[in-house]
Design a protein around this ligand. Structure first.
Ligand code: NDP
Length: 443
């Protein structure tokens, strides 16, 4: 199988979808050499089939704003691959949402879910609806209209959406409420639910905690730890908040957070109290991070990203392609030696190449941020069993899952003198899905 030809065919089949091309390129570069040693995968054309979604559902969402004006958005659900379990993946509400972004996310999700060791296929969905500046009532009306269409395509054994950028506890409540109303059933057709209605302990913390647990695994393989490490985080939403919380607990020093308007630099480091301020600011008040700088008298850098700040470890936790080649070079120049991606594909292709070549501990999102979907998987299990595990039990399971993901990356990514986590995650994620697809025959 020839890489250049494969990518040429893919880009021809999917024109004008740069994020999707980028996500596939990163996987194909690692998986094609592996496929070339295992002819059964090439014969069954598994990679070609895995890069074509099972189906894409597109629909119109109409709703009324507070002034009574009719508004319209476009929405999607990309059901990418259900070879190893029901479709599973978040919903994103952001003005940037388009098919290229959702296909990249759905494709990544298929590999990530496979790595969790749980039976979940890959999907992603969302809308170009922008929740910023909307009232609760407007968000509710949008969510209800969105779910009035989506409900017929999802279900606890079919497709189980969750949150992502712009879809947090408030949106999940409105969406699940409408699902329950439309379907006439109370089933675990969504995850990330509130604890009062079928949610799992640790779900809201799980992506951030998992990302830190993964960094801890990488460091512990090198007989090192997180204590006193200086950490730079981007983002200040769900993933960034709980990445910061676990790092503080482990004795690391978190000195930055960011949002769309800039970043804060707090050289003393965040504390639990400061983090509580951030969580309230971003989750309840939905305000800008510059308020943090005013409250705690630290530097605020408008319209900038935090990658120029000297650190030991970087946790990109905001969005895709937020860390480019120059940023990667700057981080490496400052001797940053660990990058654990909380966001999906936050590093550009060129930036990721630099990290790989430098042989630092570089964990791609599909491994490092898989804790979120893993706990979503455990939320599905608890819903099916109609019981709730304790916080401690779920947290322990999360730590074990992150350990297993790390082991799989090492198994497939061990090179002579270091572990290539990108290679390990891609091949390990591929094998399970590919073997299931071969078992089903041609479909
Ligand atoms: P949130 O909406 O809670 O937070 C997103 C954060 O990123 C906010 O601080 C936001 O800034 C910032 N951000 C978003 N877009 C941009 C942009 N274009 N430029 C700069 N900053 C931006 O989302 P999550 O924390 O849930 O998700 C963050 C990342 O993690 C995404 O890549 C998501 O796909 C990934 N992820 C999330 C999981 C989860 O369980 N939530 C699971 C696995 C991966 P502002 O506050 O100004 O909006």
């Amino acid at each position: 199988m020839e890489f250049d030809q494969f990518m040429l065919d893919l880009t021809r089949r999917n024109p004008s979808q740069p994020e999707f091309h980028q996500a596939v390129r990163e996987v194909a570069e690692k998986v094609i050499p592996f496929i070339n040693t295992e002819p059964k995968y090439e014969k069954a054309r598994i990679l070609e089939r895995m890069t074509e979604p099972d189906r894409i559902i597109t629909f119109r969402v109409c709703w009324e704003d507070d002034e009574g004006n009719v508004q319209m958005n476009r929405a999607y659900r990309v059901q990418f691959n259900n070879a190893i379990g029901p479709y599973k993946g978040g919903l994103r509400f952001d003005k940037s949402v388009n098919l290229s972004i959702l296909k990249f996310l759905g494709f990544e999700q298929t590999f990530k879910n496979s790595l969790t060791t749980l039976p979940m296929g890959g999907a992603k969905g969302g809308s170009d609806f922008n929740p910023k500046g909307k009232s609760d009532a407007e968000v509710m009306r949008f969510c209800q209209s969105f779910m009035s269409e989506l409900f017929r395509y999802i279900g606890s054994n079919l497709d189980v959406p969750a949150g992502d950028i712009g879809v947090g506890a408030r949106e999940i409540g409105y969406l699940f409420g409408q699902y329950k109303r439309m379907s006439g059933e109370f089933t675990g057709a969504m995850t990330g639910k509130g604890l009062a209605f079928g949610g799992s302990p640790v779900r809201k913390e799980s992506t951030g905690y998992g990302c830190v647990y993964f960094a801890r695994e990488m460091l512990s393989k090198q007989k090192d730890g997180l204590e006193n490490k200086v950490c730079v985080i981007s983002g200040s939403g769900n993933v960034a908040q709980y990445t910061a919380q676990k790092l503080i607990e482990f004795g690391a020093r978190v000195i930055t957070l960011s949002d769309r308007s800039g970043f804060i630099y707090d050289p003393d480091g965040l504390t639990d109290e400061k983090l509580a301020f951030v969580i309230d600011l971003k989750t309840n008040k939905r305000a800008k991070l510059s308020e943090y700088a005013k409250e705690f008298r630290c530097d605020y850098h408008p319209d900038e990203k935090p990658w120029k700040v000297t650190c030991d470890i970087a946790f990109p936790c905001a969005t895709q392609n937020e860390l480019d080649e120059d940023n990667a070079r700057t981080l490496l120049g400052h001797e940053c030696s660990v990058v654990s991606e909380g966001a999906n594909m936050p590093t550009t292709y060129e930036g990721a190449k630099l990290f790989e070549e430098s042989k630092i501990l570089y964990a791609p999102g599909k491994a490092a941020n898989a804790g979120g979907v893993a706990i979503s998987g455990l939320e599905m299990t608890q819903n099916a069993m109609r019981l709730n595990w304790s916080h401690e039990e779920v947290d322990l399971r999360l730590q074990n899952i992150m350990k297993r993901i790390h082991e799989q990356c090492v198994e497939y990514g061990q090179e002579k003198d270091y572990v290539n986590y990108v290679k390990g995650a891609n091949i390990a994620g591929f094998v399970k899905v590919a073997d299931a697809m071969i078992s089903y025959g041609v479909m």
